[in-house]
Design a protein around this ligand. Structure first.
Ligand code: EPZ
Length: 432
């Protein structure tokens, strides 16, 4: 287990290349199960979540080769249709194996996912969808045992849950439907760019999907899918995280390459509203950000895409902690996603959390302290706060960051930050 030691107050400047999207990669890697022909996927970030997915695919019997950012996967007939608790418990997103397994093998056994620190992570919508296509679901020994001996038949499914659309639920239904008999219509579909990237990948494999990116997606089932090549879209949340770094008071301005302006609209708009400088190049693949002269507090109400992403609210909270005035963050998608606030308060932030809402009163400065990472985006928020804080911050349980940020410490060093990854012998502040 590692920890990150950050010397705060170093000026940030320079350029960083954004990696391929973790959240686009995971369902696309799972979709490789839909054909017995090889698929080649580029710009898959080397993070533990994608590596866990590749390990699971290989344990199922697929052949997996990775050379730098490009992955080659071949899933021959006879691959297993069940993933073990040991494999799946490490990564909740392995639920996106459900769709491809059901489409290819008409059965699957997957452990029921546990919860995680950002809140309960139900799969009722995933199960509603696969049952609508004719599958039978049983729960046995902590596993979901799902079977469709007569195959899957297309139908119309409304995927809306109490908290709105579901990203991986939409992905799973799309992947189950591509080889189903007849037409499937997904109502209340998630519109995230990562869903569109998966649809584009599936269409390259020979699927017939229309409307991805809108609330209604139509899939015409086909007999078979073939291999293809694909490059994953840029990671808009990694880009958003670095944009926040570029607007901290220690930043003299930084440039991010390999971004997609269209995917970043709500993130960019909020930074501009808060008085910061955000300038894209002509084709929107590169963006320069720097702190505004008079930064303003802001308000976040997270929403499904194209609304403000829940995956960015923790990072913005770190910026709000140092912004004069009172900022408000309400997470409608994961109302418990405020683990970072107690750690930020250890650094001197003034934050009150109540009933899914954080009220942040900006303070003059933060001071470095030993803090504990708790989930991927909360950990990123602690790194951002540490960059701007006075003194040294030790961030324990770095594995949370390694799940979704490729070479974060190297990229920050390139921008002038003083960060060091060291073994975490004492394990950090005690957890009750
Ligand atoms: C995806 O998770 C992302 N993960 C999450 O990013 C992201 O926070 C989330 O979408 C929301 O944008 C990946 O893409 C791998 P959901 P997902 O199903 O698909 C409820 C990160 O930091 N719900 O869209 O699992 C659910 O509880 C991660 O990179 C049900 O009620 O999220 C939540 O309130 C964290 N029943 C809401 O829907 C279900 O069956 C949205 O969840 C499924 C979900």
């Amino acid at each position: 287990m590692d920890k990150l030691i950050v010397e705060g107050g170093q000026n940030l400047s320079g350029t960083v290349n954004i990696s391929g999207s973790k959240n686009a990669s995971l369902p696309i890697l799972a979709a490789a199960l839909l054909t017995d022909e090889p698929v080649r996927i580029s710009r898959v970030p080397d993070v533990s979540d994608t590596n866990y997915m590749l390990q699971i695919l290989s344990q199922l019997g697929a052949s997996v080769e990775r050379s730098s950012g490009t992955v080659r996967i071949e899933s021959p007939d006879g691959i297993s249709s069940s993933a073990s608790y040991e494999q799946v418990r490490k990564m909740r997103a392995s639920i996106c194996l459900l769709g491809p397994m059901m489409a290819r093998m008409k059965r699957c056994t997957l452990p029921l996912p546990g919860g995680c620190v950002i809140g309960d992570r139900p799969v009722d919508l995933h199960l509603r969808a696969i049952q609508a296509l004719g599958a039978r679901v049983r729960v046995k020994g902590g596993n979901m045992v799902i079977e469709a001996p007569n195959g899957l038949v297309g139908t119309t499914v409304d995927m809306r849950g109490d908290s709105g659309p579901t990203v991986l639920g939409t992905d799973n239904l799309m992947m189950a439907a591509v080889l189903a008999k007849g037409k499937t219509v997904i109502e209340s579909a998630a519109r995230e760019p990562e869903v569109v990237d998966l649809a584009n990948f599936l269409n390259k494999m020979g699927a017939r999907i229309e409307g991805a990116g809108s609330r209604t997606i139509t899939i015409h089932g086909v007999e078979k899918l073939h291999g293809c090549e694909h490059t994953v879209i840029p990671d808009r949340i990694e880009a958003g995280t670095f944009m926040v770094a570029g607007t901290l008071n220690v930043s003299q301005g930084i440039t991010l390459n390999r971004v997609c302006r269209e995917h970043m609209k709500s993130i960019s708009d909020l930074l501009v509203e808060c008085g910061h400088v955000v300038e894209y190049n002509e084709d929107g693949t590169s963006v320069f950000v720097k702190p505004g002269e008079r930064p303003r507090s802001g308000k976040i109400l997270t929403n499904p895409y194209p609304g403000y992403p829940t995956d960015m609210q923790a990072q913005m909270t770190a910026l709000f902690a140092l912004t004069p005035g009172i900022s408000v963050v309400k997470d409608t998608i994961f109302p418990q996603r405020f683990m970072h606030c107690s750690e930020l308060k250890r650094m001197g932030a003034n934050i009150k959390v109540d009933n899914g809402t954080a009220i942040i009163t900006g303070v003059e400065g933060l001071s470095g302290a030993p803090v504990m990472a708790s989930d991927l985006r909360a950990s990123a928020a602690l790194v951002l706060a540490a960059l701007a804080a006075e003194g040294t911050t030790e961030i324990h349980r770095l594995y949370h960051i390694d799940r979704g940020y490729e070479m974060l410490d190297d990229k920050l060093e390139l921008l002038g930050a003083k960060v060091k990854r060291v073994p975490d012998l004492e394990g950090g502040p005690q957890e009750d």
